[in-house]
Each structure stands twice: as C-alpha cells, then as structure tokens.
Write a protein that binds this ligand. Sequence first.
Ligand code: BG6
Length: 479
Amino acid sequence: MSFTADRLILFGATGDLAQRMLLPSLCALDADELIHPDLKIIGTARSEMDDAGFRDFARKALEKYLPADRRGGMADFLNRLSYQPLDATTLEGYEELAEKAGRTGNGLAIFLSTAPSLFEPTIAGLKHAGLTTGDVRIGLEKPLGVDLESSREINDAVASAFSEDRIYRIDHYLGKETVQNLLALRFANILFEPIWNSNYIDHVQITVGETVGLESRVAYYDDSGALRDMVQNHMLQLLALVCMEPPTSFDATAIRDEKVKVLRALRRVAEGETVTGQYRAGAVSGEAVPGYDDELGKDSDTETFVAIKAHVDNWRWKGVPFYLRTGKRLPKRITEIVVQFRQIPYSIFDGRGAKTQPNRLVIGIQPRENVHLALMAKMPGLDRQGIRLRSVPLDISLPDAFKGPHRRIAYERLLLDLIEGDQTLFVRRDEVEAQWEWIDAIRARWAEEGSEPKEYTAGSWGPSAAIALAERDGVTWHE
Ligand code: BG6
C-alpha cells in the first residue's frame, strides 16, 4: 500500500473546492518539489472543455486563490493537467477517462469532490472502467450523507469497490497544522497528561466562529445547517483529539482506534442541552449584512448557529461538560479550544487577602495559532496591604516559534498523504458512523420538541439562550 501515486483523477475539477483549495494546494506542493515529477493530474467534471481549456481555468483559479509567492513553477504545474469531460451519472465516458489516466505506472489516486448524490454512480462508473482494482486509492470529500442511514449507503457503495485501507475520508480540519499540534501538545509533553482529566479539568469549550454568511452555497447549506455542516465533522474531530486516550503509536490504526472510543462515549444530549439560532440583519466587521432569510430569498428554519453541552461518558471525563458552539455571521472568525482547570484545593493566600483564579489553557487553532496558559503570579510590591496575585499569560505564538516553514493550506497535507498513502489524518468509517449516530439523536430530539432556531443579530455571539446554556452552570464563554 505504500506506493506514491503518479496519477491523480480529480472529480469535481471545476467546482468551488477545486478552485479555492485543491488546485492551489497541488500547485504549492509542486512549487516546493513535494510531488513526484511524473505525477499527472486528470480533472473531470460535466463541463465540456479540452486540456488547454482546463489549464486556462486552473491558471485563473491559481491567480485568484494562491498567493503570488507560492506560484513559482506554475507553468510546469499546469503542464501536468489534463481534462476529460464526463457525465458521472452514466457509464459512458469512464472508459475514456481510464484511457486518459493511462493504465500503467506506479499507481492511481482518485479524489471525489462532488455532490453526495454522485458518489454511487461514480463508483459504478469507476468499477465499469476497471479503475477500482489493485491498490487504487479513493479520497472522499464531505458531505458523506445527511444522516447515519445515507452515510451508510455511501460507505457501502464505496466499500463494494474499495477496501477500507484504500478509502481516505477528508475532514479538512485534520489537515490544519494547529489541529495536529493538539497531539504534540498532549503526547509530546509530560506536563498536561497527568492533569488532563475530570480531577483537574472543570470544563472544556470549543468554539468555531465564522463571519461569513451563506456565501454561494445556498442549496447545500439550507439543507444542512450548522449541526451537520460543522459539528458532525470538524467539531467532533476536535473533541475526539482533546479527549482521546494516548495512542500506542503515531499510526493510522492506533490514533483512529482511540478517537472512535471517544465518539462512541458521547452521551445523547438531554432536553435543554442544545440551542439553535438563525442570524438576522446586523453588522459584521463594521459592514451591514442581511439576515439569513434575505440571503436565501425565502423563509427557512435551518440553524446557522448551534451551541451544545456535551458529555463524554468514560472514566477520564465523567462529569466534565464540553460546551461546543459554532455559527455563521458571528463577530469574528475564530477556532479555539479552552480547557478550564479547577480551582486549587486550598489557598495559602486567603489569609493575606489574595484571591486565586483557576488556570486556563486556550489553544488557538485559527486565525491566531497559539497556546495560551493563564497562570497565577504575584504582583511586584512590598505587600504591606496584603499580597496581590494576578493571572498572567504564558503565550506561545506558533508562527513566531516556527518562523521558517510555510503556513500550508490544510489540503496540501491531505492531498500529499492521499498521494503517498498515509491514512492517519483521514476519518475511518466507524468514526463517521459514531459521529452521525450522535448527531441524528440531536436532530430527532429537535424534531420531537418542534424546536425552531432563535433569532440572533448578525455580528453577535448567537442567541442569548446560548449564553444562558453556559451561565446556568456558572460558566462564561471565552471571548
Ligand atoms: C466547511 C463548511 O466544511 O468548513 C463551511 O462546509 C465552513 O460551511 C468551512 O465555512 C470552515 O472551514 P475553515 O477552514 O475556514 O474553518
């Protein structure tokens, strides 16, 4: 399985993701000589175009989405590209695609970045053209279904042609350097692991805030909503990395085995443990923006915000709430994990009038990439009126600590791992299914309760009920 692919077929090659992420990532890898000199990239989509047309299309995407200083060697990169138009829903055309990809070489990797409804016919077409045999690998972009049942259908269809060790399910958050750094923080330091449990941790917050609204993804987003778009995948993967037991090695099976245990230990949410919201007109970053209904052009009860109080039922995390929240049109783009430690058991400073605050670790995933630990320190002085203590930050900015290396696009890492055959940062079927099981139960509860999203003003941190969700436990969201 450890071959390096020298042919990569991109389905959905003219789509938004290909333009914004996939082509720029491949070009950036090429500029740094990280992909094999012989790698051929074959784009395919419904649009009629020839090779030259696709190269021109790709050049425009690169000029738009890849910073100029990472475009060195763009002309050589474009020469790797070819294109085969294809209606993925019919078997015709797959033979030509196979011819275009060539039948010999080191090996083939396929990447599907298409609507989920096309997954099954695409697998049928690939089988028909003999593109699934041997050790061909397949990468799958989300969404992989809309619930457990549809995700099983897709997974079954893919499994009918590819064994699990050849399936690479993308969660692009796992390609982010700062997300991978969670593993280093936890398992390359002795400091945190002994206190990484309910004896020392009071609660954890995970926030993924976005300032954007619907963008151009009207139909997809309105059918999906924040729970399925962000929590089912990215946020649950973050939670799994925070909660997992130490794996025995840095390898795909060991890491994914530990993550899936966490996902399976998620307790079904109870009444009152979720809040949903939908944004109304407001202002984000000083600019007036319309409400969701206006952007959509119709009424909708899709949630653009969700906050959840989650629990992981195992020895390590018993009694520690995990507050998750994500939404569109929030005041800032931010992804962070806050680990709030407990108060010290006894303070020697009480008698001297000084209060202590519990330690807090804030892991900034984006846009700030940092690790911030709030520690108590004594304020300088002669202490005639008593000792004064204050919380001071120990703040490590990762870009400052590592000035040399590029900040890479998450897809650079993931595409390279797909080409080279490393599944560690891809999501295994049992993980996806455990994620859906928990999400489906939340949606079933919403349906049973007939709950509707509460309004919030664009540019705010969601409905006030989300603040109350934490405040009633004496917890304040970190802002
Ligand atoms: C995608 C969601 O998976 O992640 C989008 O479909 C969201 O709605 C995006 O905007 C956020 O990704 P990032 O990397 O910008 O945090």
